[in-house]
Design a binder for this molecule. Sequence first.
Ligand code: ADP
Ligand code: MG
Length: 237
Amino acid sequence: MAVSEETPAVIELDNVELSLGRGAARVHILKGVSLAIPQGQATGLVGPSGSGKSTLLMTMAGLERPDSGMVRVAGQDLGALGEDALALFRGRHIGIVFQSFHLVPTMTARENVALPLELAGADDAFERAAAELRNVGLGERMDHYPAQLSGGEQQRVAIARAVAPDPAILVADEPTGNLDESTGRSIVDLIFALRRERGATLVLVTHDLSLAASCDRTVRLRAGRIETETGTEALAI
Ligand code: ADP
Ligand code: MG
C-alpha cells in the first residue's frame, strides 16, 4: 500500500535544481530532485558525504532557494514567498535541528527556546519555553547559557526550541553527529518521542543506517540525485 496515495504530501519537491557558490567555485548540487513526503511520515535521508543531503534538507526548510523546480510545504509554494514571508512561514511550520546545535550563545536555554515563540507573537513565550525545557528533561538548567551545558544538553535545548512552536515539520541534520554514542541514542529517542507525541512529519539526515532503518522510509542521495527509496509502504507511528 502506497502511503502517498492516501495521505496528502506535506513536503513536495518537483524537479529541484540547485547550485551554490560563485564563478568558478559554483557547484551544481541538486540535480532534478523530486520527492513527496506524506504527513506524519519519518524519512531517513542518507548518502555519502557531499551528496547533497544538507542542501536538500535546507531546501525543504526554505533556507535555500532552488534555481528551478518547485518546493511546496504544507500546501505553500515556497518560491512564491518573499524573504520576510518565508521567514515567518518557516517559524510557524518548520522546526530545524542542526548537528552543531546553533544556539544563541548570549541567551540562556530558556531565552533560546522562547525566541521563536516571541517571533510568532506568543505572549506566554517564557512560560511555554519553561514547559518545553522540562519536557526534554532540562527543568533544572533553564537559566544556564549554552557554554555551561554539555553537548547533549545543548542539543536538547535546540530540540525544545525546534518543537516549541508546534511545527508540522521537523527536520534534523545529523543531530547526533557531535555527540558520543549513548548521548546520541538518547537524543534520537527524544526526537522520535516528540515527533510521535505531536504527529509531526520528520526528515532526518543521518550517517547511521540503523537509525535510518527506524524511520518509515529511507531516501538515498548520490551526487545530487535520489538513488533509491525504501520502505514507502510502512507508516508505523
Ligand atoms: P552532504 O550534507 O551530503 O555532505 P552538502 O549538501 O553539504 O552534502 O554538500 C553537497 C556538495 O555541495 C558538496 O560538494 C559541498 O562541497 C558543496 N557545497 C555545499 N555548500 C556549498 C556552498 N555554499 N558553495 C559551494 N559549494 C557548496
Ligand atoms: Mg551534510
